[in-house]
Design a protein around this ligand. Structure first.
Ligand SMILES: *Cc1c(COP(=O)(O)O)cnc(C)c1O
Length: 414
């Protein structure tokens, strides 16, 4: 018998990691483990699930499509699920040209390449990108280049292209805006685009900015001819309490990336959306102005059919009720003096643990917290010292109470 292949898990140090827990099934907000335990998925399985696990409407949509057309090349061909999805999403997307790929990192790579080639096609090449400290845009090289520098990126520093990262505004938005304005005055002609996670920096620890900041940023960049890229891979499809962070902040980027929630968490799919102005800059009889980029599974029909079913569920707007539910419970949690900076935006709630030497991702209590939450029947994955909840939109009041009540209990055991 050949030895079974060893599985290398993501973000995992296998020398230290415990055996992974086997999940046998999912149903609504819960997951059933092989040992029989049932846990509430308080983080939507890495922020992808919107309507609960195994939602029958999405299951049905995928199954039906699988029997009709499972996949087809998307260059010079199209199919009904992609066409229909383009039509449906135009109801909510702020931009109406879409390029398909299959995960958040590639949606960002596509955005960066399109922004770069846009200026090239106009005959005014620009070299550099602006971004923010602590940003997370994915794990491919381009996405890492515009992301925060950390332990994650250290071995690759020499491979990453040149960017300028501004401090992420924390109660000093005006100051950061004037730093950006000053930088633009010096080198604005060489800047292709600025990329930001609008309203919420996710991986950096659920750090929020205001709509006002984004509105002013949008103005500054438009005046300077610098493209604004929104990475809405996490914030898209209802997470901030509106369809998109752009909707909530009343701002419109030039390019917008979505992924995670687009299929309701069933299958990998992503979109890079752009303005007509950008699309038009690639129209030419000169082949050199073509966007030569594509992935084998581009616009896979099964993924599109999942996205179509998820969209119908999204239109029920259950995400809109979660902010108030989080807020009442967060007010209680804020009384706990082991915690600080309680904050809520849409379906996202976060609070910081005071304990621990290291703030942020590598806080020494992170792994212990994960383990303790599971013992209380909750799947949580604190970003180091940041405890956050981002449940599927179908979470019940009782389940939400259970999650919030587990926090002080876990802290008692820490
Ligand atoms: C998760 C995430 C990504 C990367 O998406 P993948 O599908 O994991 O490649 C990019 N940007 C943001 C804001 C994310 O949260």
């Amino acid at each position: 018998m050949p030895k079974k292949c060893r599985i290398w898990h993501p973000f995992t140090q296998h020398k230290l990691a415990k055996e992974p827990l086997e999940v046998v099934s999912g149903n609504g907000t819960t997951l059933t483990l092989k040992d029989g335990r049932v846990v509430i998925d308080a983080i939507s399985s890495w922020w992808v699930n919107l309507h609960g696990h195994c939602h029958p409407k999405i299951v049905k949509s995928i199954a039906e499509q699988a029997a009709i057309l499972e996949h087809v090349i998307f260059a010079e061909f199209t199919h009904n699920p992609a066409e229909l999805l383009a039509e449906k999403l135009s109801e909510i997307l702020p931009l109406n040209n879409i390029f398909f790929s299959d995960n958040g990192s590639t949606a960002v790579e596509v955005a960066l390449k399109i922004a770069y080639q846009y200026h090239y096609n106009l005959g005014k090449p620009k070299k550099k990108f602006y971004c923010f400290d602590g940003g997370y845009h994915g794990d491919t090289l381009g996405a890492m280049s515009v992301g925060g520098r950390s332990t994650f990126t250290l071995p690759f520093l020499n491979l990453l292209f040149e960017v300028k990262a501004f401090p992420f505004p924390q109660n000093n938005e005006e100051e950061i805006l004037s730093q950006i304005q000053q930088a633009i005055e010096q080198e604005g002609d060489d800047i292709a685009a600025l990329i930001i996670e609008p309203l919420v920096q996710g991986v950096a620890g659920m750090r929020f900015t205001t709509s006002d900041f984004l509105q002013k940023l949008e103005k500054i960049l438009k005046n300077a001819g610098i493209l604004l890229i929104y990475d809405e891979v996490m914030t898209g499809f209802g997470r901030t309490g509106e369809y998109f962070a752009s909707t909530r902040s009343k701002t419109t980027p030039d390019i917008l990336c979505v992924a995670k929630g687009i299929t309701g968490g069933f299958l990998p799919l992503s979109l890079t959306c752009m303005s007509d102005q950008i699309f038009d800059a690639f129209l030419s009889s000169d082949m050199q102005k073509t966007f030569f980029h594509g992935h084998s599974y581009t616009a896979n029909p099964l993924c599109c059919s999942a996205a179509l079913a998820s969209f119908e569920l999204l239109k029920e707007r259950r995400f809109a009720t979660l902010e108030a539910k989080h807020q009442t419970r967060m007010e209680m949690l804020k009384q706990d003096d082991r915690l600080e900076n309680g904050r809520v935006l849409g379906t996202i709630a976060a609070i910081d643990l005071k304990k621990g030497k290291e703030k942020g991702y590598f806080n020494e209590h992170g792994p212990k917290l994960r383990h303790l939450f599971l013992e209380h029947g909750v799947l949580m994955r604190p970003l180091g010292s940041v405890i956050y909840m981002m449940p599927p939109y179908c979470i019940t009041d009782d389940e939400l109470d259970h999650i919030y009540n587990s926090i002080p209990k876990v802290l008692d055991q820490l």
